[in-house]
Design a binder for this molecule. Structure first.
Ligand code: FAD
Length: 357
């Protein structure tokens, strides 16, 4: 495949991973993005994520393939590339008593899940070792990503391979073809605009909506990553704890509020989050309750949820060949390599067809 001129819209985990994989194939890549690593903005999801690898895709979904393909690379980075800001952590997953296990939690909480031979040391927790109010549980080793290190790491890896980064807002997806660093028209545009795919001209995908997540970042340390299948205070609230690599603090979450665009901190929700986390993991504060939490900041991020699942597809828009990679909701990191590899495959298919014309 000859070297093509490609513009990638977006510098979240999707855009950066895709740009890196395209550059590894020796393509001439320019990333154009309104927000870059280092920014914290409600229109930029990636910095807000925990982020860890807790797979919850359903059978027959491409997401399962993407999650399966991504884990080995995240594990390699965690075990061999310390500067990527990813580390191996023990995970403990508990099923909450008296609340049905629904939605994506069904897969994550299974005692015989599809991913048991993908993560490491999977086991069912003995009932005698469960915290109060939990009826069953599983444990395994997985990874946790410090997004404040990992996003700049990806950017640096892309720069090393010649990718050019431009800060700009794109009005219409086809306009991006005129933003290549060569100052000539790009052969193809990759759309990794995340949640904003619902507003980007030429795309305006109404199936994409936010699934709001609110978190508290604390200095306290947790001995493992934890989550429960449900909480008693509502089905759009959650409980999860994950300590980021390399001094990144510990993320306490959360919620999954579909259709909610609010960037404002809900302080009542923040208190419920902190209380639930300390109840499940009293070690966080050495038994001092939520008063013992040392808060770095509260945060809100909007997951790019898409009805019918993420979109990895190619199409021609106003004469420009476009490949889409967006809509990974709450699993954009844990599916990142699988999604980006499929995106690169579509890019190469599209370039081959262009070459035959
Ligand atoms: P984004 O990060 O939003 O990036 C979009 C990019 O496109 C930005 O650079 C933006 O500026 C650019 N852009 C958009 N429109 C335009 C335009 N018109 N012109 C120019 N640039 C544009 N995932 C996991 O795998 N594991 C987890 O544990 C996890 N936890 C999460 C916890 C929370 C609280 C949240 C909010 C998310 C979590 N996620 C997790 C999900 C994950 O963060 C997302 O799936 C992922 O970040 C989406 O990345 P993205 O690159 O598609 O979008």
């Amino acid at each position: 495949m000859s070297r093509a001129k490609i513009v990638v819209i977006g510098a979240g985990v999707a855009g950066l991973t895709t740009a890196l994989l395209l550059a590894k194939k020796r393509h001439h890549v320019t990333v154009v993005a309104k927000h870059m690593p280092g920014d914290y903005d409600i229109e930029y999801t990636s910095p807000w994520a925990g982020a860890n690898y807790f797979p919850f895709s359903f059978e027959h979904e491409p997401a399962r393939k993407w999650e399966r393909e991504t884990f080995p690379e995240l594990w390699r980075l965690a075990t061999q590339v310390p500067e990527a800001g990813i580390h191996v952590q023990d995970a403990r997953l508990y099923v909450t008593e008296g609340v049905p296990v629904t939605g994506f939690m069904k897969e994550l909480m299974a005692t015989d899940p599809w991913f048991k031979n993908i993560v490491h040391d999977f086991q069912v927790i003995d009932k005698s070792k469960l915290p109060k109010g939990m009826v069953s549980g599983t444990a395994f080793k997985s990874v946790c990503i410090n997004t404040a290190i990992y996003l700049p790491y990806l950017l640096g890896q892309a720069l090393l391979r010649g990718v050019v980064f431009k800060r700009a807002s794109v009005n219409h997806v086809a306009d991006a073809a005129d933003m290549h660093s060569s100052s000539t028209k790009a052969d193809l545009v990759v759309n990794c605009s995340g949640l904003m795919a619902c507003k980007l001209g030429g795309v305006e995908d109404k199936k994409v909506i936010p699934a709001r997540g609110q978190i508290v970042l604390v200095r306290n340390e947790a001995p493992a990553m934890y989550t429960t299948s449900a909480v008693h205070e509502g089905d759009d609230e959650m409980m999860y704890i994950m300590m980021r690599a390399a001094g990144g603090g510990t993320i306490l979450g959360g919620c999954y509020q579909k259709g909610n665009w609010s960037p404002d901190i809900d302080h009542n929700l923040a208190n419920r989050i902190m209380k639930r986390c300390v109840d499940i993991c009293p070690e966080l504060t050495g038994g001092k309750g939520i008063e013992g939490l040392d808060i770095i900041r509260h945060g809100v991020g909007l997951r790019p949820w898409r009805e019918g699942g993420a979109r990895i597809e190619k199409e021609t828009i106003d004469g420009v060949n476009v490949v889409h990679n967006y809509g990974a909701a709450g699993w954009g990191y844990q599916a990142s390599y699988g999604m980006s590899e499929d995106t690169v495959e579509l890019v190469e298919e599209s370039l081959k067809l262009q070459a035959q014309l």
